[in-house]
Structures are given as structure tokens and as C-alpha cells.
Design a protein around this ligand. Sequence first.
Ligand code: CLF
Ligand code: SF4
Length: 493
Amino acid sequence: MSATLIPISGLQVASRKDMGAALAKGGGCSAGSCGSSQGPADMDPETWAKVKDHPCYSEEAHHYFARMHVAVAPACNIQCNYCNRKYDCANESRPGVVSERLTPEQAARKVLAVAASVPQLSVLGIAGPGDAAYDWRRTRATFELVAKDLPDIKLCLSSNGLALPDHVDEIVAMNIDHVTITINAIDPEIGQHIYPWIFHDGKRRSGIEAATILRDRQLQSLEMLHERGVLVKVNSVLIPGLNDDHLIEVNKAVKARGAFLHNIMPLISDPAHGTHFGLTGQRGPTGAELKKVQDACAGGANLMRHCRQCRADAVGLLGEDRGQDFTLDKLPEEIGDATEARSAYRDWVAEERRDRAAATAEAEAAVAETAKPALFAVCTRGSGRINLHFGKATEFQIYEADARGIRFVGHRRADNYCLGGHGDTARMDEILRVLGDVPYLLCSKIGDGPRKRLAEAGIEAIDGLAQDYIETAIAAVLHSKQTARPGLSAERA
Ligand code: CLF
Ligand code: SF4
């Protein structure tokens, strides 16, 4: 490990491992056949160059890079039954809290401020509330302003697809490499139950006609963008009883038209959100139902499994939200230039990636003899390391290890156990519920009380491997179990 000091955004750290720890203090935050976990060996260099810093298009990148959304495009040309526009866009955000709406100028200033203090920032997305392609004037103005000041930040947009074909030339000309289209159905018989109306060619349309036009424009957008070299991710909202079986057909159809990734997301439905589905009792899927549909799509378009259903004003690594740190009233008067810090951070990531890839290969070789698959819940703030205190975790990354290797298989959310000096019993009950089938938990630190509660529920908490790579730590635990080495919790394996 090099002893050279690495200067990043005011941090002076002595090693790559220290860097991970230092960045973790500043803020917050992989899959079998999941294409999003692919690395440079699995795709052509041009495609890898586009996805390697994008936290949504590469599972591996989401350990290192952050995205931010700006809510500049509030107008929409369709109605989805899972959306209430008083809230964030349900396509790309967690409904519930109204976003701060911004003008393009305000948004560009906010992006500059975030880029100056979050060296991990690599992507600016416009993802609701409203439709980025329909509210194109504001979307374009925002992207143009940001591209002028921050040419190293990738531009990314999300749309329902209805207006997209009209803007493909501009999207290509503006170097927007990543576009998400939400396609919930390709059969208009099903689509008509998801979209009560669309507004197209100056007229409001409904029923089969609306669902057919929308489907045709979505697939046309996908084909046009793919032909022009833009990477397209398709989002589908899984609505039990409506499109669960049908999403396999959607997966095949979007794969045939060149989709880079397919992200099947669970419907979030709550009467309090005031959506049609929420008010009529349409439920969202269970975790098992979501996994069943995702597994049924194996062999089709590559699946994304690390989506966090971000808010329309989210800021930070996936799984964290620092949006409240960057509201307009908190932006500084003077915003410095942090281009060098971002560049230094990317150099550090390149080195770290090489180191982690070697460590992962070693770890996977070590688990090659593992007889039974084992699940691990990991507390991490990013950098691919065990670097988060159990009490502060608001999500657990779930890894599976077996003779085939060590894989990220998803994440599970729960409110953080620690409330500034004391633990919350109800929160612990929820953590035990979400981790019911997971025998091992890896974290940087855990108190005796919660360790005991977890142990009583059959979950062994291990905090002796802090700052190790996740894969290295998992291999160490499995090795210690196979060789019955005691004391993992108290000392390094
Ligand atoms: Fe934002 Fe979407 Fe771009 Fe990512 S989010 S516009 S592609 S930068 Fe990512 Fe958030 Fe999931 Fe979206 S985790 S909701 S997939
Ligand atoms: Fe809401 Fe987005 Fe659907 Fe428009 S496209 S209705 S903003 S979820």
C-alpha cells in the first residue's frame, strides 16, 4: 500500500483504504447474470467508457460514483395511475415529499455547488417530477448550462418516451449518453389500465388508442437512440396482477430493440400518496414477487438490481440522499472549482478498481470449495468496503457467496437502529424482519446490545474486518467457518 498522501477535496489520506474511510465520513454510500455488474472484460471499450463512472448503468460503479437529480421539468404529457404530480415522479423517485422546483439557472448553480463538495459526483440526471423530454425547453437549458461549466459530468435523462422521438437528434448532439424510458407494458390491453390518458398531437387520448400510441413511441425512441449509440435503460414498474407475467414479454421486446439494461422496480403504492392505485387498493409486490419476475427474465435484457428508486432531487451515492444539504438556501455565495479534485478522485478509483479486482479474484478462489450458498448483509458507505457502523445503516447490501463466486444480489432497507446514544427497539425488530434469512452481518462496528439481539435471531454480527473489501471479508468469514477459527468478531480473521 502506498504511503503517498492523496489530496481530495480537503482530505489528506495516506492510502486507498484510508481514502474510503475518509470519504465515508463525509457522507453516505453487483449480480450473477445482471449485466449491470459487467466490467471492462465484458464489453467493448467504448461502452465501458460510457458506463464505468455511471452508478446506475454499472453496479460496480455505484460503489464509487454519485448522481444528482435536479427537478427542473415539472410538466408531463401522460397520466400514470401510480403518480400524483403533487409528489415526486414515481418513475424515478420515492413518492412522498415535494421536490424543490428549480429554474435551469438555479439548477446549474446547485450542480456546481454539489460538484465542488462531492468529488464522487459523475452524473446529472433529470428524472421528474414531470417528463424531461416533454418539458424539453427546461431540460435542454439546464443541460447546456451544466455542460458548459462542468464538461466532465455525464448527462442523463428519464422519460415516459412519448415525446422522446422528437428530441433524439438534440440528445445525440448534446452528448447525452444515457436515457431511461419507462415501459410498463407493450400490450395496449394491459397498458390502458396503467395510463388513463395521454396528451399527443394536441389532443387528449385514452383507452387502447392512448396505450398503443404510447407503446409505439416508446419502442420507436428505444430503436432510434440505440441506433445512434445512446445507452438506453428501460424501467418497468411491477404492478401485481396487472403486468407481472407480462414483463417477461417487455424484457424480450426491449432486448430485441437494443436496451442496455432493464430495471424492474416495485410499485410503491400508499393511499397517503393520493395516486389512483394507492386510493383503489392496488398493492405493490413483495420482495419475493419482484425476485420471481426478475429471475423469469434471466437470459433476456440484462437486469439492473441495484436501483434505489431515487427522489427527483436526490444527491449522493445511490442509497444515500444528501439533497437536504444542498437546498437553494444552503448554497454558498462563492463556489470553487473542484475539477482537479474530481480528476484526482477518478485516478484514485482507477487504482482502487485494479486493487479490488485482484482482491475479488483472490476471494472468489478462496470460496470455490464452498458447499452451500451463504448470504451476507453488508454495512457500507461505498468504495466496496466494510466501512459503516451497524447503528447508522439505513440499508444493507446483500451478497451471496457460493462455489460460483461472490455476488451482490440486492439491498434491503430499514431505518437506522441508533438514535444518537440509544438504540430503538421497534427499529431492531424491523431489521430482524428484513434480515430474517441472512446468517452473517458485516459492519465496521457494533455495540454489545444489538450484537446480542442479532445473535438471538440467528444473525452473527462481525465487526473485525472493518475497511476490508466486501469480497475479501466474505471470503475470510467463510474460511473461518470452514476451518472453525474462533474470534472473528474480536480480531481479524
Ligand atoms: Fe438518475 Fe435515472 Fe440517470 Fe440514474 S437514477 S436519471 S439513470 S442518474 Fe438510478 Fe435512481 Fe434507480 Fe433511476 S438508482 S431510480 S435507475
Ligand atoms: Fe407521473 Fe412521471 Fe408518469 Fe408523468 S411520466 S405521470 S410525472 S410518473
